[in-house]
Design a protein around this ligand. Structure first.
Ligand code: UDP
Length: 327
């Protein structure tokens, strides 16, 4: 990465901190900006500023004395269910900070943390970049809106962008020091690890009557280090004058909820206690990436394609950090 100066917003969060560490280990001068509303201060031990991107004046004041070659913007709210209940909060939290950032970072290339939720219900078995974007919840809609904002900014010559649409971010840093910690936790793999370790009673499988091989939902789980490497490649591309664009980041492999529970049980040597429940509102049946464009244009592909290998990284984190970053 060399000595490029990179601002990582939301760099104390799950994917943000993995990317900040990844870039820093490769020689980038990384500054993390986070308001710590969701992130964990101990997830990042480098240059840090605590700042709320909604506070336009504070951002302007801070940024006046700074210069960055590139920005990677992670800071956002990211719960689908919450976005349905609190849409205005999501529009404010996910769109306004980007406007403020673009105002202070005129001309600076920006990598944006987007999502497969911008597509809405899949019309094809795997999702390629040209799949229509019809988000079915406010979370996906805010991310799609920011993609549009960044395209408009780029077309006006105000800065290149790379929108990276993640599928299901998963796993932990292989050293076991960093991992997933949300409060409250809603994601399948951490819940399954906690249940297998006896830290919660059981988890509920949301629907067993889907039209999938075992009746449970299918997702594409992508390791956070694979996401981090994609950010490095995308940033380098737009810093070097390559064209802007949006890329889907996944393995291309679908894994069912039951397969995840089996793999977690296997990795932790103890079965995951679960009950079968109704479908969760807003859940698509199957979300799997077609990662060919990222391979062709970015030269990127996932290295964690074996689900047990991916889950074993999460299992180590949860075993060693029963309370996450509070441990
Ligand atoms: N899931 C589940 N029980 C839970 C949490 C999640 O069955 O307690 C399912 C969920 O319906 C989805 C998959 O696990 O099919 C992954 O959900 P997660 O919340 O981890 O990520 P999402 O796909 O919503 O981004």
């Amino acid at each position: 990465m060399g000595a490029v100066k990179v601002l990582v917003t939301g760099g104390c969060g799950y994917i943000g901190s993995a990317t900040a560490r990844w870039l820093s280990q490769r020689g980038a001068a990384v500054t993390v900006l986070d308001d710590l509303s969701e992130g964990h201060r101990s997830a990042w031990d480098g240059e840090f500023v605590e700042l709320d991107l909604l506070d336009r004046d504070a951002l302007h004041q801070w940024a006046e004395r700074k210069e960055f070659d590139g920005v990677i913007h992670f800071a956002a709210r990211c719960y689908v269910g919450e976005s349905v209940q609190q849409p205005i909060r999501y529009w404010r939290a996910n769109v306004v900070p980007v406007i403020h950032l673009c105002e202070v970072m005129q001309g600076v290339p920006l990598v944006f943390s987007s999502t497969c939720a911008t597509f809405g219900d899949p019309l094809t078995p795997t999702l390629a970049e040209d799949h229509p974007q019809n988000p079915v919840n406010p979370y996906g809609a805010t991310k799609a809106a920011v993609e549009r904002l960044l395209r408009d900014r780029e077309e006006a010559g105000e800065g290149a962008f790379a929108a990276l649409r993640y599928f299901n971010a998963a796993g932990a840093c292989p050293s076991g020091e960093h991992g997933e910690h949300h409060d409250p936790e809603t994601h399948l793999i951490p819940l399954a690890c906690q249940a297998a370790l006896g830290r919660r009673d059981e988890l509920t499988v949301f629907g067993t009557d889907w039209d999938t091989p075992d009746g449970t939902c299918v997702r594409d789980y992508i390791h956070i280090d694979d996401l981090a490497s994609a950010h490095e490649i995308a940033l380098r591309r737009i810093l070097d004058g390559g064209s802007s664009g949006a890329w889907n980041l996944g393995t291309g492999i679908g894994v069912s909820v039951k397969e995840i529970l089996d793999a977690v049980g296997e990795c932790l040597g103890s079965p995951v206690p679960f009950v079968e429940g109704p479908r969760r509102l807003g859940d698509p049946e199957c979300l799997v990436a077609d990662p060919s464009l990222a391979k062709a244009e970015l030269g990127w592909k996932a290295s964690y394609t074996d689900i047990e290998r991916l889950i074993s990284t999460a299992a180590v984190w949860h075993q060693n950090h029963p309370e996450g970053y509070s441990s």
